[in-house]
Ligand binder design. Structure first.
Ligand code: SPD
Length: 444
């Protein structure tokens, strides 16, 4: 078998496509049996070659081996692995001249830690053997105007937020508008068809222009309007995370707020949001805001006792830099830093998609604040896996988020600010939990 690499990456177009049949030997057996690693390796290999990724499907065989394909705008990358032989058979097929499949070859060789790679390149559809047909384009003409119409849906590119068993996919226009591997995580912004611009970290949806109001209105107005109703309006507010600015925007609607401190660990999130999500991030310029780029856990550890009336934990999911925001030591500091009548709210994940994190966080907060002072509520966030999302409300003094509410004042507030999701009915109904969730949270 010949090894054409590194044969002329830029070549005169002699064929419709280039097909490279690859043999990788002496690979890491562990990697070749690891679906997420193989899939990520294949996706990275496609992206590094400049391909536009459409979709990917991977399958694990029992007991060993993985098969998968990455469909790209320019054709496909496919693989089958035999971990027990340290061997992978790969084919890289690209049409046109915009993508060099040898770049993918190099990327995969190193991703699989292959000791040896060889490949043969075949020209598919050799142009000197093909005759271009005189295709009748009549079918593509609009019947009335006779104008040539482009195909209605020519691309199908999806962002998928998933674990091994559940996924939520959102169609977008192709290449990310923003993509940066920060020291903490991969930060991306996509232009979606139905939800506007969408921010993602490490392939998890954080917010989209079209449905972020549900999340931000619920994480902020539930505690803030409860405090107003008991004549304890929050004056000093702390946001941990929340780098997109959505929570700060909602907090600043409350005129009695004197200052907001926001501690976001990743400046890339703030920068991406400032550039692409101005409807959220414009609040970050408000003079009442003290925006700090740093570790929220460290910040709270050294913050003074009883220094905030309201603490909003607008974290990302409990992986990477946000893991510590789901820990007992962090919430002990939250408790300590709340004023005696203060309220805290944390986003507490999806009861189904992240059941372990949801239950553990609720129990952790019950242990710190006392079971009677912790209340779970739900909101429907369309772009998060399962759509059902939870928040956890906690007080030191037992202020009840439903019994204390002044529904008339809440309605007036929601109307005056043209809120999109929050209203006084939703505030009250959000605390009614389905039986399966009550069962999930029940303690022995
Ligand atoms: N999977 C989404 C978890 C929610 C993360 N917080 C979103 C940040 C929006 N300000």
């Amino acid at each position: 078998m010949g090894n054409a690499h590194p044969s002329a990456p830029k070549r005169a177009m002699k064929s419709l496509g280039r097909h490279i049949l690859v043999e990788f030997h002496g690979c890491s057996a562990e990697i070749l049996n690891d679906i997420p690693r193989i899939e990520q390796g294949m996706l990275d290999a496609a992206a590094q070659a400049g391909a536009t990724i459409i979709s990917s499907v991977f399958h694990h065989f029992s007991p060993f081996g993985v098969s998968g394909v990455v469909v790209i705008q320019e054709s496909h990358l496919a693989i089958h692995t035999w971990p027990e032989y340290g061997y992978a058979a790969v084919d890289l097929f690209t049409c046109g001249d915009s993508v060099n499949p040898w770049v993918s070859y190099d990327a995969l060789k190193s991703a699989f830690e292959a000791a040896h790679g060889s490949a043969i390149e075949i020209n598919r559809g050799q142009l000197d053997l093909l005759e271009k047909l005189d295709v009748d384009l009549g079918e593509l003409r609009d019947q009335k105007t006779q104008q040539l119409m482009p195909p209605k849906h020519s691309r199908s590119v999806w962002f998928t937020d998933r674990d091994e068993n559940i996924a939520l996919s959102i169609r977008h226009r192709g290449k990310p508008l923003f993509r940066e591997a920060s020291p903490y995580q991969l930060v991306e912004v996509f232009d979606t068809f139905k939800y506007g611009k969408m921010l993602a970290v490490d392939k998890m949806v954080m917010c989209s222009e079209k449905d972020e109001t549900a999340y931000h209105e619920m994480i902020v107005h539930v505690p803030m309007l409860t405090m107003t109703a008991v004549e304890q309006p929050a004056k000093k507010v702390l946001v941990i995370g929340g780098g997109d600015g959505g929570s700060v925007r909602e907090i600043l609607r409350h005129s009695r707020v004197e200052s907001v401190t926001m501690v976001e660990i990743d400046e890339a999130v703030v920068r991406a949001s400032r550039e692409f999500l101005p409807s959220l991030s414009s609040a970050l310029e408000d003079p009442k805001l003290n925006l700090m780029i740093g570790d929220g856990i460290e910040y709270l550890r050294s913050a003074s006792d009883e220094s905030f009336d309201c603490i909003v934990v607008d974290s990302s999911d409990p992986v990477g830099p946000a893991t510590g925001l789901f820990s007992t030591s962090f919430y002990k500091d939250v408790y300590r830093c709340l004023t005696p009548r203060g309220v805290m709210v944390a986003q507490s994940e999806s009861p189904r998609f992240n059941q372990t994190a949801f239950v553990q966080l609720t129990h952790c907060l019950q242990d710190i604040f006392g079971e009677a002072n912790i209340h779970t509520y739900l909101a429907f966030i369309q772009t998060y896996p399962t759509g059902m999302w939870s928040f956890t409300y906690g007080t030191k003094d037992g202020t009840h988020p439903v019994r204390s509410l002044n529904p008339t004042a809440a309605t007036e507030f929601a109307t005056a600010h043209s809120l999109q999701y929050y209203n006084s009915d939703i505030h009250q109904a959000a605390f009614c939990l389905p039986t399966f969730i009550k069962t999930m949270l029940a303690r022995d």
